[in-house]
Design a protein around this ligand. Structure first.
Ligand SMILES: Nc1nc2c(ncn2[C@@H]2O[C@H](COP(=O)(O)OP(=O)(O)OP(=O)(O)O)[C@@H](O)[C@H]2O)c(=O)[nH]1
Length: 306
């Protein structure tokens, strides 16, 4: 075994729903980044850490780059570009169940301006396609790179869901990192503050199974996390107060559901996960509020942490 220790930052890029968050989770082996069957839900640059005897990978999970229609969209795009320029490796994800299209080409073109950075092409969701289709897909990836003057450092097919080639991807990424000491102590999974993780858990639960415009209009803030006073030492309880912001009254109705049924479901699911994350019993106080057109209002955006 080599004596060399490598460390660095990796960021996955790809169209909405390309599988970036799921791949991050599979590499880290714990649930830290938000995933959802709805596109464009990853809002924070959540970092996951992969600790190995020979190195450390810091995964930076960025939101998707898309055509900005609102102030929020523009800020997200700026965030993505600045993240790309700061990382050691960019991993462009091409979902195998989708043909390479204008959205992917747009991203590859944007990437081609980052000179001299190792770029990985990752064919995601390989469990969804036949070997023949995968072979075609890999050829199309090579071609898409050539069209924009990119030579992929590696082209790696993976299935995050089936756990196929995930370890191999970690090995290859690690090999391409510069030599250097670990950035974080072992055992740490993410450096996001607990509030952000709690907010993301609630956001994910609120988005589960909703089939309309909601994902773009939902923001979650944690107002307070305080231990309940006067509890016996062996029976602690953490009070967690969370606000869920939507843009319109109609969306408030969707979140709350008939006689509050959906909100109770969201609360129960989130509470379980928050308890697992923090390792303590939790009393979760969820409020749904309307912040009209928050995506277009700089003051509201700041208040909601963007
Ligand atoms: N079958 C299969 N499904 C996958 C795989 N990876 C991701 N998915 C699914 O694809 C959908 C999108 O995955 P995400 O990881 O949220 O995608 P993302 O690129 O982070 O999406 P955004 O946050 O919208 O940019 C989810 O429903 C995942 O369950 C995979 O390896 N196999």
């Amino acid at each position: 075994m080599s004596e060399v220790f490598r460390s660095g930052f990796v960021c996955f890029v790809g169209r909405p729903n390309a599988g970036k968050s799921t791949l991050t989770n599979a590499l880290v082996g714990d649930k830290i980044a938000i995933t959802s069957s709805r596109p464009q839900t990853t809002r924070h640059a959540v970092r996951g850490l992969v600790h190995r005897p020979d190195g450390q990978l810091v995964l930076v999970d960025t939101p998707g780059l898309h055509k900005p229609r609102t102030l929020l969209g523009e800020r997200l795009n700026d965030l993505v570009r600045s993240t790309w320029s700061e990382v050691d490796i960019v991993g462009m994800c091409f979902p195998a169940d989708q043909r390479i299209g204008p959205g992917d080409r747009f991203l590859v073109r944007e990437l081609s301006s980052l000179r001299r950075k190792p770029m990985f092409a990752i064919a995601t969701k390989t469990d969804l396609v036949s070997p023949e289709r995968l072979a075609q897909h890999l050829q199309a990836i090579v071609q898409a790179g050539q069209d924009e003057g990119i030579e992929w450092a590696q082209i790696v097919p993976v299935s995050a869901v089936a756990g196929e080639q995930v370890e191999l991807l970690a090995d290859l990424l690690l090999d391409a990192l510069p030599e250097g000491p670990a950035f974080y102590p072992e055992g740490q999974l993410t450096d996001e503050p607990e509030e952000t993780l709690v907010a993301e858990i609630v956001r994910e639960a609120a988005l589960e199974g909703v089939h309309d415009e909601l994902p773009h209009s939902l923001a979650v803030t944690v107002e307070e996390m305080v231990p309940r006073e006067d509890r016996p030492a062996d029976k602690p309880l953490l009070d967690v107060r969370v606000n869920v912001y939507v843009e319109r009254d109609s969306q408030k109705g969707i979140i709350i559901g008939k006689k509050g049924a959906r909100l109770r479901e969201i609360g129960a699911t989130s509470r379980q996960q928050i308890e697992r994350l923090l390792g303590t019993p939790v009393y979760l106080d969820l409020h749904v509020k309307v912040a009209k057109d928050w995506q277009r209002d700089p003051k509201q955006l700041r208040k909601l942490g963007f």
